[in-house]
Design a protein around this ligand. Sequence first.
Ligand code: PMV
Length: 309
Amino acid sequence: MSHTASAPGKIILFGEHAVVYGRPALAIPVTQVHADVEVLDSARAGIWIHAPDVNLHAELNTLPSDHPLASVIHNFLFLFRVTPFPNLEIKISSTIPVASGLGSGAAVTVALTRALSAHLAHPMPDEEINAFAYEIEKLHHGTPSGIDNTVITYAMPVYFVKGQTIETFKVGTPFTIVIGDTGISAPTKESVGDVRKLWEADKTKWENVFDKVGEITEEARKNIESGKWELLGELMDQNHNLLQEMTVSSPELDRLVSTARSSGALGGKLSGGGRGGNMIALVNGNLAKSVAKSIREAGAKHVIITQVS
Ligand code: PMV
């Protein structure tokens, strides 16, 4: 018997970093990329994990207990007091670029948890999957806000305030985003830690900056819901400037953002932790391909065109 589960990637549209300090953020699933997990009964002893993308073929107990995949499995088995351990083969693959702000870690965690839950007959509603995935995120990412696991678990546009509000929201009129990957892998933990140092050194100044991000995010949500998506371009530009001020942009991100703008995008910004990873640009649907081409020529390693609906 086998069970499979899949989880999408995600991007943050507005509000990254400020979200760690209680301001709202908007994120959307990106279904063009996904993590997939299959759990099968096995004839051989042990829990064998196969993740060919990262060249991993190992039995659970040979992995360090803080290994991201091992920690999901151990925590799951502990949560449901599964003893003795079943004999399993677990196949994990993902098309989500790692450490680039597309939520690869959270997507693998969500897909793996869902596949284990189905296979071992311990049903978990989305709320429980989300809470579990958040605990795993905290093990690996210091002080994450929880936005990644939330948007990936629900696979819908999400308005998020840490520890307070998780709302899915409606998109008045679908719109198109081009996502460009710098190809530079940048750990979110570091950029989050650096923003924390800035904040600790001058809380008044940074609370003010985070407030501005929060206002942009609120306005963006209103515009998305009422179908005025063209207005998001200017808001993305403003949000990008504030992220630059937080020192989390990079020359490569800035280059892709300005290339997108000069080739017809209505606005753009980095998305996620920053320093590397992805940028996004708002485009008229008919310009998506040509903006994507320009970004690629300016050095983007992967480009995704996605509809927000
Ligand atoms: O790099 P990503 O997309 O996983 O997102 C990080 C978002 C931050 O706001 C920078 C951190 C967080 O935990 O919300």
